[in-house]
Structure formats: C-alpha cells, structure tokens
Design a protein around this ligand. Structure first.
Ligand SMILES: [Zn+2]
Length: 157
C-alpha cells in the first residue's frame, strides 16, 4: 500500500458506493488500518488515497487510540460555520484554512454493515468532512473557500 499523491487521477474522482461489505473489502479495510497505524500523525485515511475507489474512510478521533471505519458515510445535517487548519498526506507540505461546518450529524455503516447515526463537533467534525471530501474526489486545493497558508509562518498566502 502506498499513498497516492496529487495529481493522481484517483484522488479527483468520486468513489463508488459499497453495496456489499465483501471479505475482499474487509481485508482491504484491515490493510488500511495497519498501514495508517504505521504512518506518523495519521488521523484519517480514505480508500482512494491508497488506490481503491470505494466510499470508505478511517478516522482516529482526537484522543482515540483506534481507527474507526466509516462505510458509505453521509452528512444528514450541519450547523454553524468554522475554519479549520488542515494538511493532507496526498498534498504533502501544503496547509490550508478551510471553511467547514462546526457541527454535523452523519450516517454511515460500520464494518459489520450496521447503520449508525452520530454527531460530531469541531475537530472530529472537520476530520470527517476532510475524509468525506476525499471520497467525493475533492482535495484541499480544489475545495471552494479554502485558503492556502504559508506553512513557515502560517499567514495567509
Ligand atoms: Zn487528506
């Protein structure tokens, strides 16, 4: 497994819905988790970042030890606007300030196919939205209302 880097085409296309969580897909998700655990400071990873166009990503919430799996995730409601400062493994070295919803309510399936509805706030919400952008084929550089920051000084560029 290796990280796909912009301008790799797979990062710029919406991923496909998972109709059935097959043994092959479970194995792939396990590999993603093993891979992400080996990376420094990886808090989220989307399937297309490691070469498969599937609607699944994993997130390690702030303070959590283990990655959580989100299959066919969607936002069902959102509230309040904030800005988050973000980097991305697929856009190495770049830092952006991005306009995002502070609070989101989401629906997704876990690895066993059980549906969940859950709310996220601030950082956890921003990470979810970043990963959701990935599986929609959107990167920080192609995101509307994203501002690139100078990494050295973190001032507006
Ligand atoms: Zn990313």
């Amino acid at each position: 497994m290796k990280i796909r880097i912009y301008p790799d085409e797979i990062l710029l296309q919406p991923c496909e819905e998972i109709d059935e969580i097959t043994a092959d897909i479970k194995k792939f998700i396990d590999k993603m988790i093993t891979f992400a655990n080996k990376l420094d400071n990886c808090i989220g990873l989307a399937a297309n970042q490691v070469g498969r166009s599937l609607r699944v990503f994993i997130v390690r919430s702030p303070r959590a030890v283990d990655f959580k799996v989100f299959i066919n995730p969607e936002i069902i409601s959102r509230k309040d606007i904030g800005r988050s400062i973000e980097g991305c493994l697929s856009e190495p070295g770049d830092v952006y300030s991005i306009r995002r919803s502070k609070t989101i309510k989401v629906r997704y399936c876990d690895i066993d196919g059980n549906e969940h509805v859950e709310s996220f706030f601030k950082l956890a919400s921003y990470i979810f939205q970043h990963e959701l952008d990935h599986i929609n084929g959107v990167l920080m550089r192609t995101k509307k209302k994203a501002k690139k920051l100078d990494q050295k000084t973190l001032t507006w560029r």
